[in-house]
Design a protein around this ligand. Structure first.
Ligand SMILES: [Zn+2]
Length: 55
């Protein structure tokens, strides 16, 4: 089983749908290996996908 999470580019902050593999690897879905900005430094963001509007 894999857990769906949100991966965030550590460079530009763009978010991607991702999942955690059994070995703990963060895998961005959609065959994406690099961010559109060219970085591959993805980090796991919060699991919550709730939209937060600025107050
Ligand atoms: Zn990026």
């Amino acid at each position: 089983m894999s857990e769906r999470v949100l991966a965030r580019c550590g460079d530009c902050g763009r978010g991607y749908a991702a999942r955690i593999l059994d070995d703990g690897t963060l895998h961005v879905m959609g065959g994406i290996s690099d961010c559109r900005c060219g970085s591959d430094a993805f980090t796991q963001a919060t699991v919550s996908l709730e939209r937060r509007d600025p107050a």
